[in-house]
Design a protein around this ligand. Structure first.
Ligand SMILES: NC(=O)C1=CN([C@@H]2O[C@H](COP(=O)(O)OP(=O)(O)OC[C@H]3O[C@@H](n4cnc5c(N)ncnc54)[C@H](O)[C@@H]3O)[C@@H](O)[C@H]2O)C=CC1
Ligand SMILES: O=C(O)C(=O)Cc1ccc(O)cc1
Length: 314
């Protein structure tokens, strides 16, 4: 068997993402030792019962000592406070990373606390579900999904390469971009769609003329998909919207303008406008499927939007 990539990996936070990483480290032999730490004793006990790691710590500083890879798997709003606490205990030469859905704000929070002796490689696996907690993780979560790395100018290139190898071993395809670009792209493909889901489910729940039981009873598959998304973790998503504020507001402004033009088309019976948009969006769905983002067999050889399918042949 080949040498593990890391001696000791410390996972801070052991919810859906942390537990899925732990399972991958075990399954693929990526480290000799996995140290797990989280805030609540009950969650730590669940992680231990599930056998996710090799050691379990209520003191975050005990987990990171001697670790050569430390990954923060916590809501993005607390990354700064945790980094401040662990910074004095980080081993020289260690890689410190995260999995946050927002990158600019996480870098802003974490960077000032980190010593020059460690390499900071922010990361975001584009893989998840609406579930949370240590029992929600599964080994296949990152298989054939993207993981975006947003290294800083000063980040040591070999550390970036090492983390890339780590995520590839977990089954992901790795792409590198700036944090700013990441936050703009994710605002439209992930953050605004979650906000729309939270909003539409909230609107349906507040109606006076349709009862909640009718909403549940008659929910068509599209609405059911929204309810799945709107069941996502409230703390995590509160932090995403508060920390990716500018990009989300920019995308929401565009979304509102486009929505107003659809409203106008419906009001004035402008079927052509509706038909043209729905034809274009149908072609995008085809590209998404061909790029493998919605099937069991993704195809990373093709990027969404780069496909050769003829958009006019609806
Ligand atoms: N859920 C998803 O689909 C995805 C989430 N992410 C990102 O991954 C991160 C974690 O998300 P999940 O694993 O889904 O959340 P989760 O809610 O399942 O787990 C969060 C973990 O952080 C722990 N935690 C919370 N506050 C803490 C503190 N102050 N100190 C130590 N531990 C603390 C919790 O006890 C729990 O173990 C978030 O930053 C999120 O943006 C990234 C990709 C997908
Ligand atoms: O459950 C879903 O549909 C998701 O979209 C999962 C998800 C949530 C947050 C991320 O930053 C990445 C992926």
């Amino acid at each position: 068997m080949s040498e593990p990539l890391f001696d000791r990996v410390a996972l801070i936070g052991i919810g859906l993402i942390g537990s899925s990483i732990a399972l991958n480290v075990k399954a693929h032999g990526l480290a000799r030792h996995v140290a797990i730490t989280t805030r609540r004793a009950e969650t730590l006990a669940t992680a231990e019962r599930l056998g996710l790691g090799d050691s379990y710590h209520l003191e975050v500083t005990d987990a990171v000592r001697e670790a050569d890879l430390v990954i923060l798997c916590v809501p993005v709003g607390i990354c700064g406070a945790i980094t401040r606490e662990i910074a004095p205990y980080l081993k020289a030469g260690a890689i410190i990373s995260d999995v946050g859905s927002v990158k600019g704000a996480v870098i802003e929070q974490m960077r000032p606390h980190l010593p020059e002796t460690v390499a900071f490689v922010p990361a975001h696996p584009l893989a998840g579900t609406e579930q949370s907690g240590p029992q929600a993780g599964f080994v296949a979560l990152f298989q054939k999904r993207w993981c975006i790395l947003t290294p800083l100018e000063e980040t040591d290139p070999p550390a970036v390469e090492r983390l890339k190898v780590f995520w590839e071993a977990c089954g992901s395809a790795v792409e590198i971009m700036t944090a700013e670009h990441h936050d703009l792209v994710l605002a439209i493909v992930s953050h605004v769609p979650h906000l729309i889901a939270y909003n539409i489910v909230g609107t349906a729940a507040d109606l006076e003329t349709v009862t909640q039981s009718e909403v549940v009873k008659f929910s068509a598959s599209g609405f059911r998909d929204f309810t799945r998304i709107a069941a996502s973790d409230p703390t995590m998503w509160r932090d995403v919207f508060l920390t990716n504020r500018d990009a989300v507001l920019e995308m929401l402004a565009r979304f509102s303008e486009d929505l107003a033009s659809l409203q106008r088309a419906i009001r004035w019976g402008d079927g052509d406008t509706l038909f043209d948009l729905f034809t274009r969006t149908r072609a995008i769905r085809r590209n998404v499927i061909e790029a493998g983002q919605d099937t069991a067999k993704p195809n990373f050889g093709r990027e969404a939007g780069n496909g050769s399918s003829d958009e006019s042949s609806a």
